[in-house]
Design a protein around this ligand. Structure first.
Ligand code: ADP
Ligand code: MG
Length: 692
């Protein structure tokens, strides 16, 4: 019988490795691993040292340990509130001491282990609720009944890889092992002189030592090298992008004092200092023919729209048009109202028009004609429609609100439409610390609005454990009965949108049936076709309590909403929780943000408590970075950067060194012809991220 031997080269898909298979390949893809090269280059994010088997009576809470014992009981369960699957077991060692074990989201464990089995487990020891020792999600290995058999696969030093459901670090380690012979073929994207200057080992060495270190120092060196290389690649890519953008000039927008004076007069409020600074930065950019490419980063409600409007007014004074793109129709309409309020009275002759798909064909035609002829100074619309078939006679400025990758795609789309390189401004309410912005969006310059307009009532924030749940529900009911509205955000489910939608639907049904049968509830999640309609009904007040998944953009202003209730709050980053919180408190009434957790341990409670004392999104983002590492900030893999590189951002001087090295290369070799490996790597990365 012929055995099919699949080619095993660096560029071959991981499924070519023995026992990876298509299912595991799909799982690995979620971690950004498609090829054998990707697998090798994805180092573990840490190592765990569990030591050899210890007796249960000698275990210290907070330490990592290996235990060998007997399964006394084991059963699958479903947690009450979050409806998570869980396997619970009690294990006793020969000394008769028990330890409680819980495996979350691993219902299959109950099929693999049975009462009376001899088993080894390795994990972090905790003190449980009732004083009993426990481990959560330990590694496990079923052992022979013979009391002399020692565990072969758990305990000792174990690599920790990032995982998705269905994968384990052990499986990945096995696949890596089979791929390691290919490490010698990896080509180094770091030029040798750069490596020498920064004392970095080469890529093959780093891969070998990173996956199978001889100790902490080894692992540290491997990580440092990988982090440097990744940041270098990114910074080189940004330098290239900047050079490309600069190669095509934009129309100069001259600064005119009288325009900003009139604009300010028409506003009806004073710009905050932060708004003034951001506006000034943009004006300076636009006075050059190198196209502006600026990211405007400011908390929800910080007034980014007014900054964009000031820029539009200035563009108009130079005879140039502005386009504003929003992710949804409701947001586009909200922008329309604001831009009109800010501009139409104060800037003579400036008309603002809307372009969304619910308009009649005739109306859309009218707006498109006005845009094409240059009569209309500012078009606000959904990105989809603008992409479709709008042209401008003289586009000078493009503004993109809350889009992925902050509008890279939109910028390229305008160019593809023959509109060249207008000045470009992306806006986001996700607070991104400066170092992270430099690392991730290094092709853009950054303006930060770190100040809210005066006169906002602070939002009362409370952390609520399981026993206070009824009180939280009562607060929601009381607010709704008083004429207000509430959001309920469902717990974060990382692996799949299908699961998230399912759990949100279940939560919606539970609330409707058991908790708020008398109230008008609505449901919104990423897979729902009628998202806009649901949102519209919420805006109109027809829905009193809106149940939403975390993935749903709830970026619409609903001043009547006064409660934001977040389930499973411990699973979110602080900055993300803060963003949810910003959805309430937009009206005059007092508002609440309720952070619910079913896991009120000290760590969760003190982390969540930070939200009760800190109101600044950037401070919270920095706390996130400090506590959970940079990667947590943006959600797993959303950022397109490994945790190794993320972690290295804690040293800002490293990033600036990398940036200098990358800029030197692009300056001396703009086509990267002398650096083929770097060129190929960047090409691969751009291909992967250009459409996202
Ligand atoms: P963002 O888009 O940054 O979340 P918006 O631009 O939607 O915020 O502004 C939020 C609200 O605050 C709007 O009603 C806006 O008119 C108002 N606003 C903006 N800037 C100021 C200011 N300097 N003083 C008072 N109110 C302001
Ligand atoms: Mg906004």
């Amino acid at each position: 019988m012929a055995i099919l031997v699949l080619p095993r080269t660096l560029d071959a898909p991981v499924s070519n490795l023995a026992d990876v298979g298509p299912t595991n390949a799909k799982r690995l893809e979620k971690l950004g691993v498609r090829t054998i090269r990707d697998l090798l280059l994805t180092l573990p994010f840490g190592w765990e040292s569990y030591g050899g088997p210890a007796t249960i009576s000698s275990l210290e809470p907070g330490t990592q340990a290996t235990v060998v014992g007997w399964v006394k009981s084991i059963a699958p369960k479903i947690t009450r509130h979050r409806r998570m699957k869980l396997t619970e077991a009690v294990i006793e060692d020969d000394g008769g001491a028990p330890i409680r074990v819980a495996w979350f989201n691993q219902p299959f464990v109950a099929k693999q282990l049975h009462r009376g089995d001899r088993v080894a487990i390795a994990g972090t020891v905790k003190r449980g609720y009732v004083g009993m020792l426990e481990m959560q999600n330990p590694h496990y290995e079923r052992l022979d009944q013979n009391a002399d058999t020692q565990p072969a696969r758990v305990g000792g030093m174990m690599p920790k890889y990032h995982l998705v459901e269905g994968l384990s670090s052990r499986k990945i380690a096995r696949w890596v092992e089979s791929a390691l012979p290919l490490a010698g073929q990896l080509e180094d994207l770091l030029p040798e002189d750069v490596r020498r200057r920064h004392h970095l080992i080469d890529v093959a060495d780093a891969v070998r030592r990173g996956h199978k270190p001889d100790g902490d120092a080894d692992f540290g060196e491997a990580r440092r090298r990988m982090a440097f290389a990744e940041l270098f690649e990114l910074q080189a890519a940004f330098a290239l992008m900047r050079a490309n953008i600069a190669a095509e000039p934009a129309s100069l927008i001259k600064y005119r004092q009288e325009v900003i004076e009139a604009f300010k007069k028409g506003l009806g409020f004073e710009l905050t200092n932060a708004q003034r600074k951001a506006t000034w930065e943009a004006f300076q950019d636009m006075e050059r023919t190198i196209p502006m490419n600026r990211l405007l980063n400011g908390d929800v409600g910080s007034g980014k729209t007014a900054v964009a409007a000031a820029c539009a007014a200035m563009a108009h004074a130079s005879g140039l048009q502005t386009v504003v793109m929003a992710p949804t129709e409701i947001l586009a309409r909200q922008h329309l109202r604001r831009f009109r309020a800010y501009l139409e009275d104060s800037v003579p002759g400036l008309t603002v028009e809307l372009l969304v798909s619910s308009q009649t064909a005739a109306e859309r035609r009218r707006v498109k004609t006005a845009a094409a002829s240059g009569h209309c100074a500012l078009v606000v619309g959904t990105q989809a429609l603008i992409e479709e078939d709008v042209t401008f006679s003289n586009l000078g400025l493009a503004v993109v609100d809350e889009q992925h990758r902050f509008g890279t795609r939109q910028r390229e789309m305008l160019r593809a439409k023959g509109l060249g390189r207008p000045h470009f401004m992306a806006m986001t309410a996700t607070p991104i610390p400066r170092s992270l912005a430099l690392a991730l969006y290094g092709e853009m310059t950054l303006s930060v609005i770190d100040e809210l307009p005066p006169g906002r009532t602070p939002i009362e924030t409370e952390v609520i454990g399981p026993e206070q749940r009824a009180r939280a529900n009562e607060l929601v009911r009381a607010e709704v009965l008083a004429g207000h509205q509430a959001f309920v955000i469902c717990p974060l489910i990382e692996e799949s949108e299908v699961l998230a939608a399912r759990s949100a639907t279940a939560e919606y049904e539970r609330l409707k049936r058991d908790v708020f049968p008398d109230l008008e509830l609505g449901l919104i999640h990423g897979r729902l076709k009628e998202k806009e309609e649901v949102m519209q009904r919420f805006v109109a007040g027809q829905i009193q309590v809106l149940v939403a998944t975390a993935v749903v953009e709830v970026g619409v202003d609903v001043p009547n909403a006064s409660v934001m209730m977040i389930e499973g709050a411990e699973r979110f980053g602080l900055a993300q929780l803060h963003q949810f919180r910003g959805r309430v408190g937009r009206g005059a009434a007092k508002s609440w943000c309720l952070l619910l957790t079913d896991d009120p341990n000290d760590y969760n409670m003190s982390r969540l408590a930070l939200l009760t004392s800190i109101r600044d999104g950037f401070k919270l983002a920095e706390e996130d970075m400090r506590i959970r590492g940079m990667g947590e900030l943006m959600g797993p893999r959303q950022h397109g950067m490994s945790d190794v590189a993320m972690a290295s951002l804690q040293q800002p001087e490293l990033l600036s060194e990398v940036r200098q090295e990358a800029e030197r290369i692009i300056e001396s070799d703009p086509g990267l012809d002398g650096h083929p490996v770097l060129k190929a790597t960047i090409a691969r990365r751009l291909e992967l991220t250009s459409i996202s």
